[in-house]
Design a protein around this ligand. Structure first.
Ligand code: SAM
Length: 228
C-alpha cells in the first residue's frame, strides 16, 4: 500500500476543542456564533469525490484524519467521508488529500449535532466514531455528539448489512454509549477482541493510546435487520 510522508504537510497548532457552542444543535442557539460550521442539507457528490459517487464509509469526528487517509489508500474502490467541527483540522486533511491526489476521501467542516441530512438513507456500509471527546463534567455532557438523535441518524444512514464501529479509552463514555445503543435497540453490541474483526487502519488517538499503553475498548455494532 502507498504510504505518505506527512512531514511534507506541517500541522498548525490545533486546539483540543472548538468554541463550546459548535457542539450544540444550531436550532437551540439564540444567536448564531460567527464560527459555527455551516449547516448542510444537500451535497452534490460529483463535487466531492473523484468518481462522483456518494460515500459508503463515514468517520464521525475524524480529528487529524489518520484513519480517513489510511482507509482511502487501502480501499481505492470505496469513498470515505470524514466530518469534524475543528476547522483547522479539516483544512489540514483537505490539503493532504489534495496534495496527494486522493480522490476517494473527503472531509467536511460540520457539526453532527445537526444530524446528517445530506447523507442518503441506507447508503453507508460503515460508520466509525472513534475516541469521542469525553466531556467528563456533568454540565458538559450535553456537548457529547453521541446522542439518541445521532444514533437514529446512524441507523437511518446504514444499509441493511451496515455496521457502526466505536472505540474509546474512557470507561464512562463506553458505558454511556452502550446504554444509549441498548435503549435504541437497533444494533447488536459486540466487544471486539480479535484483530480479524477490526480495521488494519488506525486513528491518531488510537496510535497515541498504543504508544502510551493506555487501554481502550472496541465495539462492533451491526445494524439489526428490523427495528421499530
Ligand atoms: C478525541 S478526537 C478523536 C479524533 C479521531 N477520531 C481519532 O481517533 O484520532 C474527537 C474528535 O471529534 C470531533 N467532534 C466532537 N464533537 C463533534 C461534532 N459535534 N461534530 C463533528 N465532530 C465532532 C472533535 O473536534 C475531535 O476532532
Amino acid at each position: 500500500m502507498r504510504t505518505i510522508d506527512l512531514r511534507k504537510y506541517p500541522q498548525p497548532r490545533i486546539r483540543h476543542h472548538a468554541n463550546p457552542q459548535v457542539y450544540i444543535p444550531l436550532r437551540q442557539l439564540r444567536i448564531v456564533p460567527p464560527n459555527y460550521p455551516p449547516l448542510i442539507e444537500k451535497i452534490d457528490w460529483q463535487t466531492v469525490f473523484a468518481n462522483g459517487r456518494p460515500p459508503t464509509v463515514l468517520d464521525i469526528g475524524s480529528g487529524m484524519g489518520h484513519f480517513v487517509i489510511e482507509y482511502a489508500l487501502a480501499h481505492p474502490g470505496e469513498n470515505i467521508l470524514g466530518v469534524d467541527v475543528r476547522k483547522p483540522a479539516v483544512e489540514w486533511i483537505a490539503n493532504v488529500l489534495c496534495g496527494e491526489h486522493i480522490g476517494n476521501a473527503a472531509v467536511l467542516w460540520y457539526s453532527v449535532a445537526n444530524g446528517l441530512p445530506f447523507i442518503e438513507s441506507e447508503s453507508l456500509s460503515t460508520i466509525t466514531y472513534f475516541f469521542p471527546d469525553p466531556w467528563f463534567k456533568k454540565r458538559h455532557v450535553k456537548r457529547r455528539a453521541f446522542t439518541p438523535a445521532l444514533i437514529k441518524e446512524i441507523y437511518r444512514m446504514l444499509c441493511t448489512e451496515g455496521t457502526l464501529y466505536l472505540m474509546t479509552d474512557v470507561p464512562d463514555v463506553d458505558a454511556y454509549q452502550r446504554q444509549l445503543l441498548s435503549e435504541h435497540g437497533g444494533f447488536d453490541i459486540i466487544d471486539v477482541i480479535s484483530e480479524q474483526q477490526w480495521f488494519t487502519e488506525h486513528t491518531d488517538q488510537e496510535l497515541f493510546c498504543v504508544a502510551k499503553g493506555i487501554p481502550y475498548v472496541r465495539l462492533r455494532c451491526p445494524k439489526r435487520p428490523s427495528h421499530v
